[in-house]
Design a protein around this ligand. Structure first.
Ligand code: HEM
Ligand SMILES: *[C@@H]1O[C@H](CO)[C@@H](O)[C@H](O)[C@H]1NC(C)=O
Ligand SMILES: *[C@@H]1O[C@H](CO)[C@@H](O)[C@H](O)[C@H]1NC(C)=O
Ligand SMILES: *[C@@H]1O[C@H](CO)[C@@H](O)[C@H](O)[C@H]1NC(C)=O
Ligand SMILES: *[C@@H]1O[C@H](CO)[C@@H](O)[C@H](O)[C@H]1NC(C)=O
Ligand SMILES: *[C@@H]1O[C@H](CO)[C@@H](O)[C@H](O)[C@H]1NC(C)=O
Ligand SMILES: *[C@@H]1O[C@H](CO)[C@@H](O)[C@H](O)[C@H]1NC(C)=O
Length: 272
């Protein structure tokens, strides 16, 4: 019943969400930005840069291929064991903690519910479920070796993270730029194609790979000092706040302005 329902309603939901997203994009252009201390709302964890304490995960805790979601669990903003999280809670938590637009915060968890064959409205998941290969998780990531090499996608590879951050050229090496990110992605795609005989790449996953990593430039403003603890320990630094101050958060439409140049830059970096 729900599969049938989603087959017929999904295109309408997608069009609705994109229209909604574009409306928010326009509103963000005319409304003044939030003051930095109001971006994470009062009462929510992380308000004014005060993040709840973190505890390293135990052997049974579930973690995903997404550094930022793991950080939410490490700080117990999502359940610390990373299990039995409702898709609706993921929406609310990502909205509050990172100031992504509500359209994005519905779209991505709904996308995940869909590939897991569960209902967005009533379903739940463990963080590790999100690492299903070639759903969102893909080869040539910046912080994880390919799943053919390392089965546990829940942990970052510190060597890869260092390589990425050492490639930062902005402000004397303190800021990652679009060109840095394009170069890093191009390098990973070439490297992984060589060493992983089960390597796969698609336009779809390249686009999302660029989208996923572009959050480092938007939400984190490319700051190497903020990204290092986030990507190695999957931890918020005390005082960190989202760099996007727009009233309705980072819309998919605005995000495209970063993602497309990064992805196009990958092609250029490959030729050079
Ligand atoms: C809303 C729910 C979200 C879901 C379901 C999700 C899921 C995922 C998954 C499965 C990956 C692995 C892709 C790969 O193989 O590289 C990933 C990567 C990533 N995600 Fe998320 N994510 C979400 C939200 C966020 C947010 C809010 C941020 C940033 C503030 C973020 C930042 C990233 C980054 C930077 C990567 C790339 C890591 C790498 O290349 O190794 N994600 N995400
Ligand atoms: C957060 O979780 C990741 C993934 O399991 C782990 O590698 C990291 O050590 C944890 N960090 C903290 C501060 O708990
Ligand atoms: C982890 O799960 C196993 C099997 O369910 C259990 O025996 C063990 O006590 C758990 N360990 C922790 C630290 O909770
Ligand atoms: C998952 O959480 C729901 C409440 O949100 C609860 O009713 C259910 O028992 C939980 N399931 C497990 C396996 O813990
Ligand atoms: C998503 O979360 C927001 C709270 O940030 C809530 O107002 C909204 O109803 C939720 N949307 C859905 C579709 O669950
Ligand atoms: C990461 O990629 C998935 C699909 O592969 C996409 O649904 C999601 O929007 C991306 N996340 C971010 C934060 O860009
Ligand atoms: C972003 O760009 C991609 C590729 O051109 C397009 O498919 C998508 O609809 C755009 N998203 C939004 C919200 O504008």
């Amino acid at each position: 019943m729900s599969a049938l329902q989603s087959k017929f309603t999904k295109p309408f939901i997608d069009i609705f969400v994109l229209t909604w997203d574009f409306g928010l994009f326009l509103l963000n252009l005319v409304l003044p930005p939030s003051p930095p201390d109001a971006v994470v709302p009062a009462g929510a964890p992380g308000h004014a840069g005060h993040w709840p304490p973190y505890t390293p995960p135990g052997p049974n805790d579930s973690r995903s291929a997404c550094p930022m979601l793991n950080a939410l669990a490490n700080h117990s903003i999502l359940p610390h064991d990373g299990k039995n999280i409702t898709f609706r809670r993921l929406n609310t938590t990502v909205r509050q903690s990172f100031n992504f637009a509500p359209s994005f915060c519905f779209f991505v968890p709904a996308f995940a519910a869909n590939f897991l064959g569960r209902s967005y409205w009533t379903g739940s998941f463990d963080l590790a479920d999100l690492s299903k290969h070639n759903a969102i998780e893909h080869d040539a990531s910046l912080t994880r070796r390919d799943s053919a090499e390392v089965a546990d996608q829940g942990k970052p590879d510190w060597e890869l993270v260092e390589e990425l951050l050492e490639g930062a050229t902005g402000e004397g090496g303190r800021k990652l730029t679009k060109a840095d990110l394009s170069r890093a992605l191009a390098k990973r795609r070439v490297e992984c194609r060589k060493r992983n005989e089960r390597y796969s790449e698609s336009l779809f996953h390249n686009g999302f790979g660029s989208a996923n990593s572009s959050t480092m430039l938007t939400i984190f403003g490319g700051s190497v000092d903020d990204l290092r603890p986030m990507l190695t320990e999957e931890r918020f630094v005390e005082g960190w706040q989202p760099r996007i101050l727009s009233r309705f958060g980072l819309t998919m439409a605005a995000f495209n302005g970063t993602v497309l140049p990064v992805e196009l830059g990958v092609k250029r970096a490959k030729i050079e």
